[in-house]
Write a protein that binds this ligand. Structure first.
Ligand code: ATP
Ligand code: MG
Length: 382
């Protein structure tokens, strides 16, 4: 049984609804569940009416595909009417409502994602998902090749779920089908590809999945610059399981071109660029050097550069620990302090501020505000 805030209220309003997809899988594994998706044989308007009659808020978030968000205990539960596919074109599906739970399960991608659970904790497992989950098998529901051609994103989703749940020998049928259909992956939108790649890279142990991507030729389609061995070194060194750090290790070539091709957000591209700047620190460095570096970049960026430069040896661990322990220095002067000293806004003010800032940095970012003001006075008269 899943204990989750608000869930009992949703079930009181919609007793025939079931939890579906990832939450069932993760509950069976005893993993923490971040959000709960549900399905119902009722049409969306009836789901809304029932939720509202029970005093719950119901928002028609995706009525065209049958989804209503029911809010209980401040949490949103997406309740989607059971569906079956009537037509697919490799990216989108035309769906029709049904009241058949098995049909709804059959359009889901993998057996481990196709289970549902009712309010009594009973599991409905139409395709052997539970056994696959226990064995670490990621297996398509139905014929792999056909399922991939319905929606090429599933080829990438395979690696996402393999990275997280796969163990032992991967399903050969799935891999052969993915490999044979890899050209279709090139037609997916960059946003969806990058979303999947990040999820693959975030998994605790992504290396086998990335190797399989390389062997199936999919990596070459989505990320030709990637070199799996570099990711393996980073993971072996126990660097944080952070997608952008792992992306930087795996290889992005020219960051600007990579970011544009995969449509990274501005913040992600900036982060990646910062990670890839050369590491200027070394284990024996004094605190002054570390503080100077921390003035320029946050500790996680400096640590990432160290991971990417060398990483594994214990002395580098110590250096990273020192970086995290030191507070980030803040330059104690601002333009208005110089206005108070009689300077006018303009280039001279900027010059003085920069000279004092450089002096402060050269001294290891230690000088107090009063010392910086004294220094400013000497620069102004100079
Ligand atoms: P995660 O923990 O990564 O969110 P999840 O299983 O919840 O895993 P979602 O991408 O959130 O994955 O999708 C929810 C469910 O919807 C899946 O478990 C699966 O049953 C179904 N699903 C999602 N995308 C597809 C797809 N492209 N093809 C078939 N079924 C899909
Ligand atoms: Mg999910």
């Amino acid at each position: 049984m899943i204990g989750f805030p608000g869930l009992d209220e949703v079930w009181a309003a919609l007793p025939e609804a079931r939890i579906v997809g990832g939450a069932v899988r993760d509950a069976l594994l005893g993993c923490e569940i971040a959000d709960i998706d549900m399905a119902s044989p009722l049409t969306p308007d009836r789901v809304m009416a029932r939720a509202r009659a029970a005093g719950l808020r119901a928002v028609p978030t995706g009525l065209d595909h049958g989804t209503v968000t029911v809010v209980a205990a401040g949490r949103g539960f997406e309740v989607t009417t059971l569906r079956r596919d009537v037509a697919t074109d490799g990216r989108h599906a035309l769906v029709e409502f049904t009241d058949d739970w098995r049909e709804d399960a059959a359009r889901r991608d993998f057996t481990i994602n196709a289970m549902s659970m009712d309010q009594n904790g009973r599991i409905f497992d139409y395709f052997g998902g539970q056994a696959d989950l226990e064995a670490g098998r990621v297996r398509f529901v139905g014929r792999a090749a056909a399922r991939i051609r319905e929606d090429y994103l599933r080829a990438l989703r395979y690696f996402r779920f393999f990275a997280r749940y796969g163990r032992g020998q991967p399903d050969e049928v799935a891999l052969a089908a993915i490999s044979a259909n890899r050209a279709g992956v090139a037609g997916l939108s960059a946003e969806r590809v990058w979303h999947e790649l990040k999820l693959i890279l975030q998994a605790p142990l992504p290396c086998t999945a990335v190797r399989l991507m390389a062997e199936s030729g999919v990596l070459d389609v989505v990320w030709p610059e990637a070199v799996p061995a570099r990711l393996e070194m980073l993971v072996k060194a126990r660097a944080p399981a952070e997608a952008l750090l792992r992306a930087a290790a795996l290889g992005v070539g020219d960051v600007t071109a990579f970011a544009a091709r995969l449509r990274l957000s501005g913040a992600e591209a900036a982060r990646l660029r910062a990670y890839r700047a050369p590491n200027a620190l070394k284990p024996g460095d004094e605190d002054a050097a570390l503080r100077r570096a921390l003035y320029g970049d946050p500790p996680e960026v400096l640590a990432a550069r160290i991971w990417l430069a060398d990483g594994a040896a214990p002395e580098w661990d110590e250096l990273r620990a020192r970086l995290v322990a030191l507070p980030r220095p803040v330059f104690p002067l601002q333009g208005r302090d110089l206005l108070r000293l009689g300077l006018r806004p303009g280039p001279e003010l900027g010059r003085v501020l920069r000279v004092v800032e450089n002096w402060w940095q050269a001294g290891g970012c230690m000088a107090e505000r009063s010392e910086c003001l004294d220094k400013a006075k000497t620069v102004i008269t100079a």
